[in-house]
Design a protein around this ligand. Sequence first.
Ligand code: ADP
Ligand code: MG
Length: 228
Amino acid sequence: TQELLIKSDKLSAVGQLAAGVAHEIRNPLTALKGFLQLLKTNSAKEKYYIEIMQKELQRIEFIVNEFLFVSKPQAIHFVPRRLEAIVTSTIDLLQPQALLGNIEIENELAPDLPLVSCDEHQLKQVFINVLKNALEAMTLGGVMRIEALVEPSGTDILIRFTDQGCGIAPERLPKLGEPFYSTKEKGTGLGLMVCYRIIEAHGGTMKIRSKLGEGTTVEITLPASTIS
Ligand code: ADP
Ligand code: MG
């Protein structure tokens, strides 16, 4: 059976806690990175250890930054933009990963879409997170479809990502977007949380439907800009 999920904000309490913790982690992290860089050795083994430490520190930094991004309200600079350009540059960015995974990305953007009043970088971050999840779910390859069209109301634009990946069990759907909910060994479980935050700030909605073993559809609506 298909499940439909409509998200509301799950973040407020967690977000506040996270802001404090994440911020406090940053300073010692900077010190560790700096001193690690000063270490010199001729031993190949030790060089290898240092490399591992640097990689792991990078990972901590990535998680902390991502958490800070969601926990602190970001200043959004709304500018009317063409959605096509943002979607296309997202696809360009992830095309190598798609090719490696035997995935064909089909891009069906309706002509003459209205502009969207948005923060281009934040919206691109959303599309990257959603598309990345889809590609990661399609371990057997297949077709990844991205559509954009004007909703019948005429006031909203719908962007739909349809993958042929592993799908999500109905009982797991409500967990999506919760901080640190991840089924991946190297996942942060922060990607969808960031997405919900950004889409909400844009006055839009994000819904996820999925069928185990068949694939997942992510639908994002955004209000069309009144400027055209
Ligand atoms: P991460 O990708 O780091 O695990 P996300 O917040 O991006 O964190 O996603 C959370 C979880 O939601 C994933 O670990 C995965 O289990 C599930 N998920 C998200 N998108 C998809 C998808 N397109 N297909 C299958 N599962 C998905
Ligand atoms: Mg992800």
